[in-house]
Write a protein that binds this ligand. Sequence first.
Ligand code: NAD
Length: 681
Amino acid sequence: MNYKVTSQIESGVMVITVNNPPINAGSIEVRKGLREAIAELGRNQQAQCAVIIGSGNTFIAGSDIKEFALPLAEPHLPEVIAAIENCPKPVVCAIHGAALGGGFELALACDARIAQDGAVVGLPEVTLGIIPGAGGTQRLPRLIGVEKSIDYICSGARIKAPEALKLGLVSKVVREHLLEEAITLAKSLVGSKSRIRDLVTPKANDADVVVASQKALKAGKNRPNIQKAIEMICNSVSMPIDQALALERATFQDLRVSTEAKALRHQFFAERKLFRTFDADDVKPIELKHIAVIGAGTMGTGIAIACLTAGYEVLLLDQNEAALTNGSNKVRSFYESRLQNGKMSADRVSQILTQFTYSADWKKIHNADLVIEAVFEDIEVKHAVFRKIEEHARQDALLASNTSYLDIDAIASRLENPSRVFGLHFFSPAQVMKLIEIVRCLRSSAVAIATGLQLAKRLGKTPVISANAFGFIGNRIYAAYRRQCEFMLEEGAYPAQIDKALEDYGFAMGPFAVGDMSGLDIAWGMRKSQAATRNPAHRYVTIPDSLCIAGRLGRKTGAGYYRYDANSGERSEDPGVHHIIEEASKAKGIVRRQFSAAEIIDRVLLAMINEIAHLVCEHVVRDATDCDVALVNGYGFPKWQGGPVFVARTLGLEKLNAQMDLLEKQSGPGFHRAELHALFE
Ligand code: NAD
């Protein structure tokens, strides 16, 4: 046996302990150790049964994802599982923490499972573009049926111990003494085997299976691995188990090396790095309890809800009484609707609401450990508000701005202690959107940033750290993307064609549909304010201005890039818009041409890649891959495509440079070519 798996025999029971911190990942060494331990169990006369348990905080919380990029080394998990099933002595799995993916598949190979309260089990493989590859799609349906297996496997759900007990996935849940209880259970099974593989899958109702499959495909965006997972689960009814297991394994192996799985692993590691790099700095964040949110508008109320739901005490402040009433009503009705639709218990709602206060009185912010400003996007208003905050907040409170574009260093520079100021750029709706940009200003303290990261973690958000630069990370990449789409309008494409190409690629919405939804007037206002300083030699597309001048401000006016049906809200193409676009091309002497969906996607990706390389060279972003995370979590970029940096690295520098040469020509004056090698370092 090796140091990752140890075993010990006491009064007839072999206790096999997995010891691979921090999460006891099912690595090659763990698989080897388990295989040897089970072989020893078979041989050793002293042991009549065994318990497998994890050391530390968890059972095997998943497979070692790093191994997925390489040819898998033997023994493979199915071999270990077969050894457990073929061993004549019973094996009990004792689960605390998490038994996920391969960890749960191993548990399903055992003769019984017992869990500690607080444990979770599940098969989340689909979130990495694969399917369970060691019998999950065959053993789970034998316990809980086909429909429920489709639900759980295709959503990658984590099933809490009480639910696992109800479903029959574990036979007992204990509060304490997990190992002792598992030993007792193992002893009671001596002389018998109860393998899940010997059960038959409960009869499924065809219509219910169809409904479950359709629901899973819709939620899983019809991805190939979801289709395959459903197919494999259905095989559990129609195929002998060994044949179905072999097919499952082969499918898992194919999917594991697919570009989609690589892209999702890229996202997984990029996300994990976000927290890790900062943890390494060894800075202790401040323990936040009370948060004051200034401004009870769209963002302020969303931020208040996000913080309340995460358990903070929240004060919402607005100096406009009507806005304050409106904002606080929004917060209350959010929780009332959670209660009504059964998403939250009455106790939880009332507990959250006791933590919520609102006021127009600045003195009330004195309790706050953190003040988050979300008032109008106007530098003078922000200066005035921060003066007020400085006057009334505690001197050790941290101060954050939710500004989208304003210079936070300029705001901080007028304060006595700029080191406590930083940016917390939430996205709308703030209680829903995963992304949060944490803006590290020139003088922000490391503690402020560490606290921002900890807050993001507790809110369940995905944080990226940005320098204080115009548009930070996401909005800057998005602007380059939208500009490129406008170029294509001028050259021959139409909004619906561009949106469709991008939506087919996987974007939640195309850029013109997004523009119409948020309103075209905000960007118009910004363009007007920048008109005087714009370089007249740079390419400037007038189409959005023409739409605004024509009163087409987007959905709210019933028309923008599209026309919207007054009743259904459905969008449709509008010949009036085509006319405006064609006139714009004519005015510049551009001969319009056809665009393929592939060309549209390529140009969008290249424009994003170029902007990301700028962000890296300008040190706005710490790591290029942070941008991929930002785009997926805040801008509807399809996760399974990995992000622009993943695309760039897959393409390689040479090809990328050649394609960027072309984009530079197509884009014309004003396109600033970045040093692309920065993306490969
Ligand atoms: P909003 O107009 O909906 O709300 C702003 C609120 O601030 C209003 O209720 C107003 O009464 C209040 N306010 C103004 N001056 C104040 C003062 N002196 N003291 C106290 N309260 C004051 O605006 P919003 O959309 O919530 O945007 C707020 C901030 O968040 C802006 O900086 C904006 O750029 C940023 N932001 C907005 C979005 C978005 O999608 N709306 C997304 C990210 C960031």
